[in-house]
Ligand binder design. Structure first.
Ligand code: GLA
Length: 392
């Protein structure tokens, strides 16, 4: 569905729900996209580099301030409503309002004030597919409230507060990549973000001959969030050991694959493999950006495969469904690179595919997945679009 059709549908639902209490002149619409990540996985919370981009699948909020202190959240896709007074941020049993409540909590923690509001929100970012629908949701609402209530927040603050909402209210210890990509996306460009300094640079991503296709395993193994937090702890263990020898190592960003190699025994098998992957992956993002500048997509694709290998065997955050989808592409001359994307244990693979071969690629992947897992594999061709914005 086209963006304009989605927006129309959400607006229609908004007026069905709030028609009687609405002042149509005050109703505004905001958009924040989902993200992909070309390379640099699990490096954000290790202060490394990532290379994400925001895509043409987004979350939209149709929103209006209220005179009273009520907040009414209407989830268009679920057709559920959750209402509360802005003074009461207690956690409801259902989880979907946690993101919005987390955002309001962050606004208070900054010492800022808002009034009540009513909103219908929805969109086409598939949930649980590793496109960070939650980061899109957080950034979109905070961007909207910033405009509605003149909070004076810049994009960086919006990103950091959205990440904190996820860390502190939702309880997921995510890094900064997803929120950053949603807010800072730029058309046809990938963003190299240095997660230590927060310096970033846009690199044009050439899409004349190749397309990015996501293959959605449609599974999300329950391990995902517990293992995510475990990986963070394993990285911390590695840092503590390396620090004894290299006091300058504050994060794995400050370590090198050579240091990790040298202390393999003391790190122990598991922590060694985690640290090896992260230090190599941080370097891989740098190398991949050089290849982009040279226009060498062939070698860029090889880096994507190398990332998958590392995520599968060393960082161990893949799963059989993801490995199966990547394996299907290995002998395909029309695929330059493929790997699992995001936190892992399900979600999508990202594939760099020759444009004229995309339809055949999708058919082949769908048939293989159907035969193996009896699941109709959703495939998304993604375009790289601009980040969080108001739609006028
Ligand atoms: C999830 C997190 C991100 C990042 C990725 C892995 O998407 O939200 O912060 O750590 O996993 O790269």
């Amino acid at each position: 569905m086209q963006q304009s059709d989605i927006v129309e549908k959400i607006k229609e639902k908004y007026f069905q729900k709030f028609g009687e209490t609405s002042n149509p002149e005050q109703v505004r619409t905001f958009r924040s996209p989902g993200r992909i990540n070309l390379i640099g996985e699990h490096t954000d919370y290790n202060n490394g580099f990532v290379l994400p981009a925001s895509v043409d699948k987004a979350v939209y909020f149709v929103i209006e301030p209220r005179e009273d202190d009520q907040v009414i959240l209407h989830a268009a896709d679920l057709d559920e409503t959750y209402s509360f007074s802005i003074q009461d941020l207690s956690k409801p049993a259902q989880s979907w309002p946690h993101y919005q409540l987390g955002i309001i909590e962050q606004i208070y923690k900054k010492g800022l004030k808002i009034g009540g509001f009513q909103t219908t929100f929805g969109g086409d970012v598939p949930v649980g597919a590793g496109l960070s629908s939650s980061a899109a949701l957080e950034c979109c609402l905070l961007f909207a409230l910033n405009e509605l209530y003149d909070l004076g927040l810049d994009r960086f603050s919006i990103v950091k507060m959205s990440q904190k909402a996820e860390n502190e209210y939702v309880g997921v210890q995510c890094g900064i990549m997803d929120q950053f990509a949603s807010a800072f996306g730029k058309e046809e460009s990938v963003i190299r973000l240095d997660c230590r300094s927060l310096e970033y640079e846009y690199f044009p991503f050439p899409m004349q001959d190749y397309l990015l296709v996501l293959c959605d395993t449609s599974v999300k193994h329950s391990l995902a969030s517990s293992e995510y937090n475990t990986r963070r702890q394993e990285c911390e263990k590695g840092i503590a050991i390396l620090q004894k020898y290299y006091p300058e190592v504050q994060s794995l960003r400050d370590a090198t694959p050579e240091m990790v190699e040298k202390h393999q025994d003391e790190l122990g098998d598991v922590v060694y493999r985690r640290c090896k992957f992260i230090t190599e992956e941080i370097q891989r993002v740098q190398d991949a950006c050089d290849l982009l500048v040279e226009g060498n997509l062939g070698d860029f694709g090889k880096k994507m495969y190398a990332t998958h290998q590392g995520l599968q065997h060393e960082y161990e955050v893949s799963c059989p469904e993801l490995d199966f989808l990547v394996d299907q592409t290995l002998a395909d001359p029309d695929v330059l690179g493929a790997r699992m994307m995001g936190g892992g244990f399900g979600g999508c693979t990202i594939n760099l595919v020759k444009k004229e071969a995309v339809d055949a690629f999708e058919q082949k992947m769908k048939a293989a997945y159907q035969e193996k897992y009896h699941i109709d594999l959703p495939c998304y061709k993604v375009k790289i679009t601009t980040g969080t914005e108001e739609i006028i």
